[in-house]
Design a protein around this ligand. Structure first.
Ligand SMILES: [Ca+2]
Length: 578
């Protein structure tokens, strides 16, 4: 199979492990994770069986938005280390067979960037048009009704120019004016700097925010019943508008083509665009057409909704819109509540974390998992005084911000959790310390071992990596689909509830339960031989042939699924899987 897929780009069906550098490992005791810390734990990451890492921003930044506000695109922030540290990281990752993806935050800079410092000085300096400047209305109010994702108006007054500048995010993150050709060229030059260093991929932050409507038209109001949050909360006034004019402008497509032309000079490099727009799935399809980006990354499964119907509808909608594009799915990241809490409540069931990893890794597409997902980390409950995230501070107490998913990795059950010899920048919750990496390594039934075993097993399943996807009609809480690749078909069934359930499977042909994935597993029951038991691993659950059912006494096969279990089965007689 590996031979058959030798022409497949590395990123298709790959699993990428997202590292939030502030919180991974602190090597020098200042309480903040850093690049040498990542280098130190790359062996651990490689041991998880993932294909790549994506490192959230480590560039020079005043850290108003924890690195998503960049003041020098070509420098490593001293807090995180040096360019030399990055080169070491890259070379060690490559030795371990890991690809390295980095963030590129092109749409806005830090207010501390030299470009902005120059631009804000006057209306006639060489960089005066590099940002989105606009005059006030006659009454002094901002030029239009655009809002910031972080709350409040998206415009800030600059007395030196007597004008407002646009910030879709924090006021410390002024938006660049991508209509200006020099801005586009400068952004591409910065991207080239990292491509020349040898990175394998780019995760393009807020890529649909590069351009704004030149006429600065007002966004229309959105009716209350349609206000949903994707990348923001529904109680954020940002949800009160259709964002027709402040992002996702048609000119962006031309820029994506320019970016792709650059990327094509580095044939193995992948570009994954983070997309949050009015119709993110449609934008994802549009942005991944040939000659644009390779993959789209959306917020559609970073939601609180996780019903089987919702997941199916989301995947099917995207599948129907994609032409040549390839999705990248994620159920957790550094911006949302950790998934076992979001989908499992305050006391999530033990089987949930590995089941959800298996679910997201079985959809058609590539996957980003987030550090700590392999440990089944819950979202941390933090008191207001310990918060750092400006988003959480602004929306407290309705929204506690993103610090709960950004607490340091617990490596050992000891003071500082083995993360730092100093005081960690965010506290490590006691419940995380109890499930530290070292503790789970010593426990064969841990989520960590389950994660590793599943990843290793998945690497051997071409249908799960590259196959197409077709859903099967099942009632809640069961999600079921078939992945087909070449002559192989794999049925995947997930019970998303915490209670046992039984379903009847439609006629699919011969079903052979697949062993070795290590997950809590369902079991086929049939009238003659109902065991009424559940296996952790259905080794004993041999082939249930359609022929065996032919005597008329058995009826349809029936699948018993314990809470948060899965069932993988090969469909049809296979002669090539010995
Ligand atoms: Ca440090």
């Amino acid at each position: 199979m590996e031979l058959a897929m030798s022409n497949t780009p590395w990123w298709r069906g790959a699993v990428t492990y997202q590292i939030y550098p502030r919180s991974f490992l602190d090597s020098n005791g200042d309480g903040v994770g850093d690049l040498p810390g990542i280098v130190d734990r790359l062996d651990y990451v490689a041991s998880l069986g993932v294909d790549a890492i994506w490192i959230s921003p480590f560039f020079k930044s005043p850290m108003a938005d924890f690195g998503y506000d960049i003041s020098d695109y070509r420098a490593v922030d001293p807090l995180f280390g040096t360019l030399d540290d990055f080169d070491q990281l890259l070379s060690k990752a490559h030795r371990l067979g890991l690809k390295v993806m980095i963030d590129q935050v092109l749409s806005h800079t830090s207010a501390e960037h030299d470009w902005f410092k120059e631009s804000r000085e006057s209306r006639d300096n060489p960089k005066s048009d590099w940002y989105v400047w606009a005059d006030a209305n006659n009454d002094g109010s901002p030029p239009n009704n655009w809002l910031s994702i972080f709350g409040g108006i998206a415009w800030r007054w600059e007395a030196r120019r007597g004008q407002y500048y646009l910030h879709n995010f924090l006021s410390a993150q002024p938006d660049l004016n991508f209509h200006h050709p020099d801005v586009r060229a400068a952004a591409l030059d910065n991207v080239r700097f990292w491509l020349d260093r040898g990175v394998d991929g780019l995760r393009l932050d807020a890529i649909n925010f590069c351009f704004h409507d030149r006429q600065l038209r007002n966004n229309p109001a959105k009716p209350k019943h349609l206000r949903v949050g994707r990348g923001f909360r529904p109680d954020n006034p940002y949800a009160f508008q259709y964002h027709l004019y402040n992002n996702t402008q048609p000119e962006n497509l031309t820029f994506l083509a320019e970016l792709r032309a650059l990327l094509d000079q580095y044939p193995q490099v992948v570009a994954m665009g983070e997309i949050s727009s009015e119709d993110s799935l449609a934008t994802m399809a549009e942005y991944t057409c040939p000659g644009r980006l390779h993959m789209g990354y959306s917020f559609e499964l970073l939601t609180s909704d996780f019903s089987a119907a919702y997941i199916r509808q989301t995947v099917e909608q995207l599948e129907s819109k994609l032409t040549d594009g390839w999705p990248c799915w994620s159920i957790s990241n550094h911006d949302v509540e950790r998934v076992v809490t979001r989908w499992g409540g305050t006391n999530p069931p033990a089987a949930l974390a590995n089941q959800l990893t298996a679910l997201v890794c079985s959809l058609r597409g590539s996957v980003c998992v987030y550090q700590g997902e392999e440990l089944a980390l819950t979202d941390a409950e933090l008191p207001f005084e310990t918060l750092h995230d400006p988003y959480g501070i602004a929306f407290w107490p309705n929204f506690k911000g993103r610090d709960g998913c950004r607490t340091p990795m617990p490596w050992r059950d000891s003071s500082g959790a083995g993360f730092s010899s100093g005081t960690p920048w965010l506290p490590v919750p006691a419940e995380h310390q109890r499930v530290a990496v070292a503790t789970q390594e010593a426990m064969p039934t841990s989520a960590l071992h389950g994660f590793r075993q599943f990843m290793k097993w998945r690497q051997q399943q071409p249908a799960l990596k590259w196959g197409n996807i077709q859903f099967i009609d099942t009632a809640e809480p069961v999600l079921a689909f078939v992945r087909r690749f070449e002559s192989e078909a794999v049925l995947a069934v997930f019970n998303l509830a915490n209670t046992d359930t039984t379903i009847k499977l439609p006629e699919l042909g011969d079903l052979t339960a697949m062993a070795g994935h290590g997950l809590l597993s369902g079991q086929l029951s049939h009238c003659q031989n109902s065991r009424g038991q559940f296996n952790r691993d259905p080794l004993s659950d041999g082939q249930l042939g359609g022929g065996q059912l032919g005597g008329g006494q058995l009826g349809e096969p029936q699948l018993d699924l314990p809470g948060h279990s899965v069932w993988f089965a090969k469909i049809g007689s296979q002669n090539d899987n010995a």
